[in-house]
Structure formats: C-alpha cells, structure tokens
Design a protein around this ligand. Structure first.
Ligand SMILES: Cc1ncc(COP(=O)(O)O)c(C=O)c1O
Length: 404
C-alpha cells in the first residue's frame, strides 16, 4: 500500500501550506516492517541495512533493533552511521575507497571490509599494518562472479554478471584468495565472500542468485583449503513502483535460504538490502499550486518537484501517489480545477523532466489539494539535486506514534 498511514495523513493535512513540501516517515510502520523481514529470515542469516538507501539518523536508529549491522559505502556514510548508531557493526563496501577513508574505517574499528580490487587489497593490508599493528581486520573480497545466462535479466540495476567497475573479476579470484590464505597479509582475516550483483529482483530470482553465489564461494574457498565462515549475497530485493501493493516475498526468500543453509551447517549468510527495507515508510507530501490544460492534456504543478524526489525521474516510473482533498480555499481569486479525468503531476522546475506522475486519475483536482507520494522512504531525498533552482528545502517529520 502506498496510501499514507493514518499518522502520516493526519500530519499532512494539519501542516500549514508554507510547511509543504515535506518528507514524512512513519517510524512505527518502519519498525513493524523490519520486524517482519527479520522474522522471515532464518537464524544464520544476518541482516545488514545498506545505509545509502536512506541514511537519516532517525531511520538508522529505528532499524537498530532489527538489523545485525549496517553497510556503508563511503567515508561520509561511515562517519555518519558510526555517530547515528554508535557501537553497531559496520561493513565498509563500495568501489574507489581512498587511503584516508580506509584509515578512518580502521581507526573506527570497522569489522568488515568488502574489498573491491587487488589494488585495494594491497592498500588495505599496508594501512592495517600501520594502524593496527597487533590487530586483524575482517575481509570479504567482493566478486563480480558469473551467473547463469538470463538470471539477472529482470533486474532494474545490474552491477555484476557482466563487465562493470564493481568487485573483482572472477579471473582474479585465485590470486586474491591465495594472498588471503598464504600468510602474505597477517593483518587480514579472510571471513568469506561478498557479491551484490543486481537490484530489483523478486524473491525467486534473488534466491537463485544467492544460491549461485554461495555455491561458487564454497567451491572457491575449498580450492584454497578453507571453508568460508560468511557469504554476503548483497541487497537488491525489489520494490515495484508500478505494482506498489506487491512486496518482496521475504517468507519465500527466507525459506529458500534456510534450505541452502541446511547444506552448509557452519555458514552464515548475510543480506544487505536498502530499498526494500525503507521505501515503504516514507512519503513526500505537497500541495497543488496550479492546474491547467495544455494541448488536450491537463497538468497540476505541485510545490516542490524532482529536485526533492528524483526517484521517478531516475527510474523512469510514475511515483505512486494519494490525492488528499482540501476544502479550504483562502484566496479571493478563482481556484483552478481539473476538468478531465487524468492529470499529470509536475514540479516547479523549468524542465520538462520534472514529472512526478503521469496521467493520474484525478477528476476535479484543485489547487490547494494535497498529494502524498508514496514509496519515498528510499533513494528519494538523498539522491535528489536539491539546489537546482534554489527552491526551499522540504520539512522532515519522523512520526513515531499511531495517529501521529
Ligand atoms: C554493495 C551494495 N549492497 C547493497 C545495496 C543495496 O541495494 P538495494 O537498495 O537495491 O537493496 C547496494 C546498492 O547499490 C550495493 O551497491
């Protein structure tokens, strides 16, 4: 469902129009969702949250009781997450880590490094030797491993199984595993293997990928005389913006992982979803400023736009939304209203790309009515180009009580 929860709806309708647009997050709904996800996963599956999806401190804190740790992918995320949820386990991934970022991670006591290249492995080893001469850091080389033809075809964002800058090429696997098992780098402790190959997969495809990753990692490790303690199969569980009522089938996915783990009794599998954890708890709410006809179609211009909610522009979908009627019209001038059935909702930017949702059934939509765009809790505000055109920033509301 993308309709706002009661708590969010009440808040959207009670805000003065000058306080719109606004992002509203229902933290109770987020906690309930995260608890259900956690309950669907078997015991030897660790759940990390990929902070890049939404790093708001309130979101990170609300998830804390349900996740085993957080995946961070930059020095900025590292410092931010370490401050927002102090003491929680962190895994540091992402391509192009700089020496300064790695030193900061070592000094902060990051538990796991997802190593993206041979170069990065050598750099990490030397920096670990300097920063933690008596310590050891956990390493999971990230591999862009081969997967069965077509198995990522349904993905909206594939990062692996094809040429990409992410992770190590499978041809480098034996060299890297050799360096991590022959005592070349005593500061580095091989924990297992990491692979995040694609985002936007449904449970059956996601499980098939997880199974190939685990079996590939086990075969690779056995060739080097070790058994992996952990395999991180990444995130990427789908959020379908065109079918917002369908959710990733965590129960089926968890059951698949339980079967997989029964074949590997000592293994811990880790997942690191972002979007599928937080997308559903956020709304971007605003008001209609103007309604007008153009060449046989109708447009409603809302306060704000894709500089706040870039998700529909980047992913090429119509953002699911709920229209909230407002009776009050405080102005002496005529209130514009839609005459037809379908209205395209656009923002205030001077570009035809500033479209939030096309052809929304919105008969009689008027200026002053409000719109709550759903599925706005992930890759929304934090991926948007806020400063373009210098409109004011939205408000932020973290609602933590039923009814608001
Ligand atoms: C390494 C890694 N892990 C996890 C994620 C989270 O993916 P999603 O938000 O699709 O679950 C990403 C997303 O880009 C990623 O690159």
């Amino acid at each position: 469902m993308t309709d706002p929860t009661d708590a969010v709806r009440n808040r959207v309708l009670s805000l003065p129009s000058g306080e719109l647009p606004a992002y509203l997050y229902d933290l109770a709904a987020l906690r309930a969702h995260a608890a259900a996800v956690r309950a669907s996963l078997p015991e030897r599956v660790e759940l990390y949250y990929a902070a890049k999806a939404n790093p708001e401190p309130e979101i990170l804190a609300a998830l804390s009781a349900y996740v085993d740790g957080y995946e961070v992918a930059s020095g900025g995320e590292l410092a931010h997450v370490a401050q927002a949820v102090p003491g929680r386990p962190l895994a540091f991934g992402g391509p192009g880590k700089t020496p300064a970022e790695i030193v900061a991670a070592l000094e902060l006591g990051v538990e796991r490094f997802h190593v993206e290249s041979e170069y990065e492995l050598h750099m990490l080893a030397e920096l670990a030797r300097r920063v933690l001469p008596a310590g050891r850091v956990g390493v999971l080389p990230r591999f862009n491993l081969p997967v069965a033809a077509g198995s990522l075809a349904a993905s909206s964002l594939a990062m692996g199984g094809r040429p990409s800058p992410f992770g190590l090429d499978p041809a480098q696997a034996d060299t890297v595993m050799g360096l991590l098992t022959d005592d070349t780098y005593p500061q580095l402790e091989l924990k297992g293997v990491h692979a995040h190959l694609a985002s936007g997969l449904r449970a059956p495809e996601q499980f098939a990928v997880a199974e190939s990753v685990v079996e590939w990692a086990v075969r690779l490790s056995e060739r080097h005389g070790v058994r992996p303690a952990e395999v991180n199969v990444g995130g990427g569980m789908t959020v379908d913006y065109t079918a917002p009522d369908e959710r990733f089938d965590w129960v089926a996915y968890g059951a698949g992982l339980a079967r997989l783990l029964s074949r590997h009794p000592d293994l811990v599998v880790r997942v690191e979803p972002g979007r599928a954890l937080t997308a559903y708890c956020g709304w971007y709410a605003t008001e209609v400023l103007d309604v007008k006809p153009s060449h046989g179609e109708e447009f409603a211009v809302v306060r704000g736009g894709t500089h706040h909610l870039r998700t529909p522009a980047t992913k090429g979908h119509d953002q699911p939304c709920t229209l909230l009627t407002v009776e009050d019209w405080p102005h002496p001038w005529v209130r514009p209203a839609a005459r037809g059935e379908l209205v395209t909702l656009t923002g205030q930017l001077c570009t035809p790309k500033d479209v939030l949702a096309r052809n929304v059934p919105a008969a009689a939509l008027r200026a002053g009515d409000r719109v709550a765009f759903g599925l706005a809790g992930a890759y929304a505000w934090n991926i948007s180009h806020h400063d373009f055109l210098m409109h004011p920033r939205p408000g932020f509301h973290f609602i933590d009580a039923p009814g608001g």
